[in-house]
Design a protein around this ligand. Sequence first.
Ligand SMILES: C[S@@+](CC[C@H](N)C(=O)[O-])C[C@H]1O[C@@H](n2cnc3c(N)ncnc32)[C@H](O)[C@@H]1O
Length: 205
Amino acid sequence: MSNRSRPDHFTLKARKMGYPARSVFKLEEIQKKWSLIKRGKPVLDVGAAPGSWTLFALRTLGKGACVSAVDLKPLTIKAPPGTILRFRQGDVFTPESADFLAEGGLYGCVLSDVAPSTSGNRLVDARKSWNLVMRVIDLAEEHLTPGGNLVVKIFQGGDENEVKARIKALFREVKTFKPKAVRSESMEIYIIGKGFMGLNQENQL
Ligand SMILES: C[S@@+](CC[C@H](N)C(=O)[O-])C[C@H]1O[C@@H](n2cnc3c(N)ncnc32)[C@H](O)[C@@H]1O
């Protein structure tokens, strides 16, 4: 068994807590530091399968929570009693998904752990990740409520500074963070935007 396929401490702990993936601990750390998910505010989770982040958001928000999630693949989780999980299986950037997103928002927080299928070529993969993240920021601009928060995953090695600059122009605060649960060999980092300034006029409710 390779190091990658052997369940590590985070994987075992995730299973014990009912989460399908170890990635939950990345969001848990981000939430502890920046409280991006706020009670009473709906959440959008982009690239949600198998569903650890979605389940974490539902549990964090508690009774009355509403999380909208989109992924090409199915979720393997069940919403806790008293919470609402809206799920669409498909590409998040299609017009059909746009309708689904609009029906669940405006959102207090947009989470994106979305990742491209990887080729093994770091530059190519970083470029694909950059493209996805820029499109997720477009979605956040359209569907976040003023004051809302954003977290996006990006593969380092491309133009992550450009992503950071764009988030800086839209949010009051920007942070870059590599959670402990990110594997040491991984090129992923998370960029956080706090306090959406609501530049999109339609968002000025
Ligand atoms: C690392 S996984 C997300 C893990 C998830 N946060 C969790 O904790 O269970 C990245 C996901 O992004 C999804 N994805 C990639 N491109 C997408 C797209 N265009 N639309 C929707 N989902 C996409 C993939 O299918 C994959 O499931």
